[in-house]
Design a protein around this ligand. Structure first.
Ligand SMILES: N[C@@H](CCC(=O)N[C@@H](CS)C(=O)NCC(=O)O)C(=O)O
Length: 216
């Protein structure tokens, strides 16, 4: 099994966390042709996105589909609760992440350069993102991981995106994302103690530092 990966991608990091946590026998490989739109990679994954998983001949795109597949295939340690209610709650977090929390953050990426920045877009997206972060603060468990004592796919989805929020929002003059959000702040310190999260976020941090060195 192979994960087509980029260490800086928050979606690919979501899958690496699950792979590391389960110690799953998945080889982590780069993107063929070093480009998401290379003919070699488009032949493998017509979506031209990372991550995608080659599950011994079956190509699975979409980070959350990959993580649910890994959960089905390698159930130990479990990253989903057993009860239908618990599973629905984890999926509420992962859908919230993919559909509502991450898009306004992603929309800020093209606005990083202050010289070409559209301040209207920045203000709109920061307002939207702050509303989503407030919602997340309400959704998180009182302590521990997103669901409480158990580490789940919800934490895998949220940690890489919150990493970006913590590390990138300062450049837009935005208020720090953990400020005034006590549950989010407590969750963020706790989730980074999980070895799989620490390892994957470390790789993301290295990739971010390399990108910043390259753009100087
Ligand atoms: N919904 C997809 C999103 C994946 C995604 O957008 N990945 C980014 C990198 S973080 C990408 O491949 N961008 C290139 C593109 O969209 O063309 C998932 O969950 O896997």
């Amino acid at each position: 099994m192979k994960l087509y990966n980029m260490n800086l991608s928050n979606f690919a990091t979501k899958c690496r966390i699950a792979i590391y946590d389960k110690n799953a026998p998945v080889e982590i490989v780069g993107i063929p042709g070093n480009d998401l739109k290379s003919p070699e990679y488009l032949k493998i994954n017509p979506l031209g996105k990372t991550p995608s998983l080659d599950a011994d001949g079956l190509l699975i795109p979409e980070s959350e589909t990959i993580n649910e597949y890994l959960e089905d295939k390698f159930p130990n340690p479990p990253l989903m609760p057993k009860s239908p209610e618990g599973r629905a709650k984890v999926r509420s977090f992962t859908r919230f992440h993919d559909l509502y929390l991450e898009p306004p953050l992603r929309a800020l990426f093209p606005q990083m350069n202050p010289k070409t920045r559209d301040e209207k877009v920045v203000n709109e997206k920061l307002t939207e993102l702050n509303a989503r972060l407030d919602q997340l603060d309400k959704m998180l468990a009182e302590s521990g991981f997103a669901m409480g004592a158990e580490f789940t796919l919800a934490d895998c989805a949220l940690a890489p995106t919150i990493f970006f929020a913590v590390n990138l929002l300062g450049m837009f003059g935005a208020k720090p994302p953990l400020e005034g959000r006590p549950k989010l702040a407590a969750w963020w310190s706790h989730v980074q103690t999980r070895p799989s999260v620490k390892k994957a976020l470390g790789e993301m941090a290295e990739a971010l530092a390399a990108m910043n060195r390259g753009s100087r």
